[in-house]
Design a binder for this molecule. Structure first.
Ligand SMILES: Cc1cc2nc3c(=O)[nH]c(=O)nc-3n(C[C@H](O)[C@H](O)[C@H](O)COP(=O)(O)O)c2cc1C
Length: 215
């Protein structure tokens, strides 16, 4: 286990979208710790529809950069975690989710009900609904990875600036995959990005109903 460098509170407040990385390789054990944090995120029915492609090779990072509007940090990052959702994941994984759950104490009544309701719920989704669902689930895992990387002393860069088709082609992704976001991980090179600040809580948080201030 890599040493903890920051508390979670420090990581949350001190994190910046890193503008440039030094490209030094990440120890495999640190990378696994970061990935593992994401894989422990919650997901609807525990279906874990996320999939991650970890890009570290110089040539592949160059190709990925070309698919990401030539953003230099894609190539400079020590590793780029390409976070995807699998539109067909739930169909294939439902039996395994139930098997795992049962092995870990899932009540039989819950398992039986989940089997029916997952199928009814997700098979009714339009393409847009499925994309929204995959984005929602995958970003939870993505965020856990990002914060774990920061806690371990790495710098991170979340990215949505990429071309879906080009990333799919570069990574040879199955047709059912949807690319959600890229996470650059490494160490900052040069000056950090400015802290853009955040809206006041009164602008984005309400109490009890929309428009009422939180007491
Ligand atoms: C999902 C997501 C996608 C982003 N995509 C990009 C990107 O493609 N390129 C980039 O330079 N910054 C990108 N950013 C970084 C944001 O611009 C940055 O997070 C925001 O300005 C706030 O700055 P901070 O993260 O340093 O607090 C992205 C951030 C998020 C959360």
């Amino acid at each position: 286990m890599a040493a903890i460098q920051k508390t979670l509170a420090q990581a949350i407040r001190g994190r910046r979208a890193t503008p440039s990385f030094d490209g030094a390789p990440i120890p495999a054990s640190d990378l696994r710790q970061i990935l593992d944090a994401g894989l422990h995120a919650p997901s609807g029915y525990n279906l874990q529809p996320w999939r991650f492609i970890v890009v570290q090779g110089e040539e592949q990072k160059r190709r990925l950069r070309a698919a990401s509007y030539n953003q230099a940090k894609v190539e400079e990052a020590s590793a780029v975690i390409v976070a995807c959702g699998d539109r067909d994941g739930w169909r294939k994984d439902l039996p395994e989710m139930l098997r795992l759950g049962r092995a870990n104490g899932m009540p039989e009544s819950y398992a039986e009900q989940a089997e029916d309701s997952v199928t009814a719920y997700l098979s009714s989704f339009s393409e847009d609904q499925m994309t929204g669902w995959l984005n929602k689930m995958t970003m939870l895992a993505f965020t856990s990875m990002m914060l774990m990387a920061e806690v371990l002393g790495y710098d991170t860069a979340p990215m949505e600036g990429f071309e879906q088709d080009k990333v799919c082609e570069t990574l040879k992704l199955p047709m059912s995959y949807w690319v959600v976001a890229l996470l650059g991980v490494g160490h900052l090179k040069g000056p950090d990005k400015f802290d853009g600040g955040r809206f006041d809580m009164s602008h984005t948080v309400f109490g009890e109903e929309y428009g009422k201030p939180l007491k």
